[in-house]
Design a protein around this ligand. Structure first.
Ligand code: INS
Length: 653
């Protein structure tokens, strides 16, 4: 195409010269975008990497394009109004609420088990292996179900999948609360894991597909708010029922059936995603749903643009299994890499380790009462929840990219602060000065350690000491009571934390003057992680795939999240043994930094765009996709999303 034809075409589309800039005449592979720049001027952009567009097609779609150009004149509200979404969003909020109950159950069921385990191991006399099984079976089942959820989502639709997940949650909750033995408990935990996996990948997709563009980020982020809310409520329930020595765990585990039934009943009355209906050719139903959820009859523009783009995408995405089509279609492949990368770095930056070990960290910081541990975990979960709320507020203001980048760099720094705190604590580790003559202690490995640091890293030992002001006196390394790590198996610390001997029992930590640095690191970590790296991987994944690839893309990335979750939780204790605590946290910090550079290069801004336009953000080389972020520019698709073979792309990855 020559510059002259380009100008001619632009004027046919209603653009005057001066309205557009940045025309490049590299004609072999052109794709054009109309964009609204920050200064308010319309820009007609030519971009590499796409076949030349067919003139008639763009002309035919000109009125629609102009409407979309107007719709995108500014971020947020304007775009929704111009695109005909001027109805009340109340119904969408209701849909988001009932969907996000799935997030709540995800948080509740993963969070509640630590408190339940304290009671279960005593009541059912569980070995370490069984404890491990009951905790990780759920996460393992979630990983498998998330991967399978892609197929279910495409075949059954989002609504049926959510109904299925809430049904599974309800059944799982009932089984757990009535379980007569550990084998049935394991079945219950596996069933609940299946529910978590399906819900974790379906809910964000459903919310994204029913939301208007200007609210989408916020509504999907509410799902993560519900996850952290579920984790917080779980820790409060754990605290409340921990005083019930018999059967407290039945309430803890069984209570999840309540929100599950609520969600099931709610979803009987909620509609299917209009995008999925359109994809299945149920156009009339799709239009009705859209009219209903936008609370206006004026949905023609939105309906037409979704429909035409879905049709184009369907034609152009080729045949074969969806995963294969994603891998061979450059923009979808890039989206998948970004989506999986986000989920992987979310877990590799250690959120679940930090949450799990928060009670220990707080004990190090001077909170000595072991009975308080469960409430300390609640305080951490609450902080996580509170800062996720900040994310809900920021996501449509700062945008996904800035929020993620700010969050991950802050997370990397806080992990280093945590590591420095652990390092200084290790260096100031008090020596063992008292060697008890108790025969059972003499046989244990604990007597070999000369410093608290080494004693604490051995899971079989704990540190027993007295205090005079800030001076540690009469300290010994004693074997832990395997049934109750809150006390030593024998000796001065064997009865309770602070027995009649006036001695303190430190399991998993050492008394140290640097604990405030560790505490500072923990607070900073949650403040940075929760608004961005907590919710954005879920939010961005719900947006970046074209419809034909959305279920499979989300299934893969959610699967990666769960697999990395298992990996990090299973390896932490071994890592702490080999690398020490500070080594482990420096490693997480390094991984978070790596994540920062990955996102700096690859993560585009998706704020305010229609889902159908987002694929175009991945039209360039992967490491330059991030360049689409940061500028307040909205790209409007002129032609359908061709999926080019790699040879067609002048600037492949
Ligand atoms: O986004 C969530 C959230 O940040 C949770 O606190 C965490 O436990 C999950 O693993 C994560 O996926």
């Amino acid at each position: 195409m020559t510059a002259a034809t380009f100008k001619q075409e632009a004027s046919a589309l209603g653009f005057r010269e001066g309205d557009y800039t940045d025309y490049s005449s590299k004609t072999s592979a052109l794709r054009r975008f109309f964009a609204k720049g920050e200064n308010g001027g319309l820009e007609l952009r030519a971009m590499d990497g796409w076949r030349k567009v067919e003139d008639e097609r763009s002309l035919i779609r000109a009125p629609h394009i102009n409407a979309r150009a107007n719709a995108a004149t500014a971020a947020g509200r304007d775009s929704s109004t111009a695109a005909g979404h001027d109805g009340s969003p109340k119904f969408v909020y209701l849909m988001a609420f009932f969907s996000a109950l799935g997030g709540f159950l995800f948080g509740y069921d993963t969070g509640v088990v630590s408190g339940a385990m304290l009671l279960l191991k005593k009541e059912l006399n569980l070995s370490a292996l069984w404890q491990e099984l009951l905790v990780s079976s759920t996460v393992g089942a979630a990983a498998l179900a998330a991967l399978a959820g892609g197929f279910l989502n495409g075949a059954l639709g989002r609504r049926l999948c959510i109904l299925l997940a809430s049904f599974i949650f309800s059944v799982g909750g009932v089984i757990l609360s009535l379980a007569p033995n550990k084998e049935v408990l394991l079945c219950g935990r596996l069933i609940v894991g299946l529910g978590i996996g399906v819900a974790s990948m379906t809910v964000p997709v459903y919310i994204a597909e029913v939301s208007p563009p200007h609210l989408r980020g916020q509504l999907v982020t509410i799902n993560t708010l519900f996850i952290t809310g579920g984790q917080f409520i779980a820790s409060v329930v754990d605290g409340a029922f921990s005083y019930l020595n018999h059967g407290g765990w039945r309430y803890m585990l069984g209570l999840s059936a309540v929100p599950a039934v609520l969600q099931f009943v709610g979803f009987l009355f909620l509609p299917e995603s209009p995008r999925w209906l359109l994809q299945k050719g149920r156009s009339e139903q799709a239009r009705q749903v859209l009219t209903h959820i936008r609370a206006t009859e004026n949905v023609n523009e939105e309906y037409d643009s979704i429909k035409s783009i879905i049709e184009e995408e369907e034609k152009e995405s080729g045949g074969g299994p969806v995963l294969w089509r994603i891998l061979t279609c450059a923009p979808a492949r890039r989206a998948l890499i970004v989506g999986c990368g986000l989920q992987m770095f979310q877990q590799l930056s250690g959120i679940n380790t930090v949450m799990y070990y928060s009670a220990t960290i707080l004990q190090m910081a001077g909170v000595r009462d072991d009975k308080m541990a469960i409430w300390l975990a609640a305080a951490t979960a609450f902080t996580n929840f509170l800062f996720t709320l900040v994310g809900v507020w920021l996501v449509e203001r700062a945008g996904r990219r800035k929020l993620t980048l700010g969050s991950i760099i802050g997370t990397a720094i806080s992990l280093s602060v945590l590591a420095v705190g652990f390092l200084l604590s290790a260096q100031a580790s008090p020596p063992v000065t008292f060697h008890p003559r108790d025969p059972s202690s003499l046989n244990s490995t604990c007597t070999h350690y000369g410093f608290c640091e080494y004693c604490m890293l051995d899971p079989n030992c704990g540190f027993c000491y007295r205090e005079n002001g800030s001076t540690i006196l009469n300290s010994s390394c004693d074997p832990v009571d395997q049934a109750n790590t809150e006390e030593a198996a024998s000796g001065r610390c064997s009865n309770a934390t602070q027995g009649s001997t006036g001695a303190f029992w430190a399991y998993n930590y050492c008394p140290t003057p640097y604990s405030w640095i560790v505490l500072l690191g923990l607070i900073l970590y949650l403040a940075f992680f929760a608004p961005g790296m907590g919710p954005m991987p879920w939010t961005v994944n719900s947006e970046i795939y074209p419809l034909w690839a959305r279920s499979t893309g989300n299934a893969c990335s959610a699967g990666i999240n769960w697999i990395c979750n298992v990996l990090v939780s299973l390896t932490f204790l071994h890592m702490a043994e080999f690398l020490t605590y500070y080594g482990a946290f420096f490693l997480y910090s390094g991984l978070a930094l790596l994540g920062f550079f990955f996102m700096l290069g690859c993560l585009p801004e998706t704020k305010g765009l229609m889902l159908e336009d987002i694929e175009t953000l991945f039209s360039r080389r992967l490491c330059t996709c991030g360049a689409f972020g940061g500028q307040n520019v909205h790209y409007i698709r002129v032609n359908g999303g061709e999926c080019l073979s790699d040879e067609d792309i002048s600037d492949g990855e």
